[in-house]
Ligand binder design. Structure first.
Ligand code: NAP
Length: 259
């Protein structure tokens, strides 16, 4: 009887648009034949809709995640977290290895640098804040609320801060305005925003992906300098850059691949 058969299960470590699209793609392709579970850290107050099952909160380190994989009969693990979420990615690599769970990394491609781009690459957000203090007058900060603490003491630069929720924005010494907004952000609107606020410096992490590339294109068109925080080293193991390739990887392991 089909209802009593064990269904294979995939765990998606999420918190990104790509992870949400992957959950949707897997549910669309496999229907009830596959359990699709998305895991979120729980940082966002109102996460968008996700297809399949959702669990929220940390696992308690690599061993906690290994226990979760084993206790929940997870067959496949896809790490579709943000390129800067290095701790969970390292935990995923360790947990998958210890439990023998096949793991794939879905990492969005980095933005391609154009000859007109004026990027100043820095190793971390502390260096980004120091560079902003040195060369910025009116800076647009898009690093995410978790990294705004590095800019808290800055007081010589006016800041435009964009965040998904105002609750997570720490107190800032500099005069500033907070914009609450959720991507995607298109280039023409980003350009108009930067013009309206007289922005002379964009500060961003090298997150990549189409949803937030608009600000990079806008800064290019306006000839603005961009302080770009480099990505941490990627986690080990097999990687794909597109949701379609991740759907295919899952299908191949389940024996339902298109090839
Ligand atoms: P992190 O530093 O790599 O992870 C810190 C801890 O948060 C992990 O050790 C884990 O706790 C928990 N965690 C992280 N992602 C989780 C997930 N998907 N499901 C369950 N627990 C998770 O991560 P972060 O940089 O704070 O990012 C947190 C989440 O926000 C990630 O899911 C990421 O995809 C998303 N995000 C991050 C950024 C960014 O710039 N970092 C941007 C956009 C979205 P335990 O050790 O207890 O398991």
């Amino acid at each position: 009887m089909p209802g009593s058969e064990r269904r294979p299960a995939v765990l998606i470590l999420g918190g990104t648009a790509e992870a949400a699209a992957l959950a949707g793609g897997l549910v669309a392709r496999h229907g009830v034949a596959l359990r699709v579970v998305s895991s979120l850290a729980g940082r966002t107050e109102r996460p968008g809709h996700l297809a399949g099952e959702v669990r929220i909160g940390g696992f308690g380190g690599a061993d906690g995640l290994r226990c979760y994989l084993e206790a929940n009969d997870i067959d496949l693990l896809v790490d579709a977290t943000h390129p800067f979420a290095a701790t969970i990615s390292a935990n995923a690599a360790a947990a998958a290895e210890r439990s023998g769970t096949p793991r794939l990394v879905l990492a969005r491609p980095m933005w391609r640098r154009d000859p007109r781009d004026r990027w100043i690459e820095v190793p971390d957000v502390t260096a980004a804040a120091a560079t902003t203090a040195r060369i910025g007058r009116r800076a647009f900060l898009t690093v995410g609320p978790g990294d705004l603490g590095a800019f808290a003491a800055l007081d010589s630069v006016w800041l435009l801060v964009r965040a998904i929720s105002g609750r997570a924005v720490p107190p800032l010494a500099a005069p500033h305005e907070v914009l609450i907004a959720r991507g995607p952000f298109a280039a023409p609107a980003e350009e108009a925003l930067m013009r309206r606020y007289g922005i002379d410096l964009l500060v961003t992490k090298a997150s990549g992906g189409a949803a937030t590339e608009g600000k990079i294109v806008a800064a290019r068109r306006l000839g603005l300098r961009v302080v770009m925080v480099r990505r941490p080293p990627p986690p080990p193991g097999p990687k794909v850059e597109s949701v379609e390739a991740a759907v295919e990887w899952v299908g191949e392991r389940l024996g339902t691949g298109s090839g």
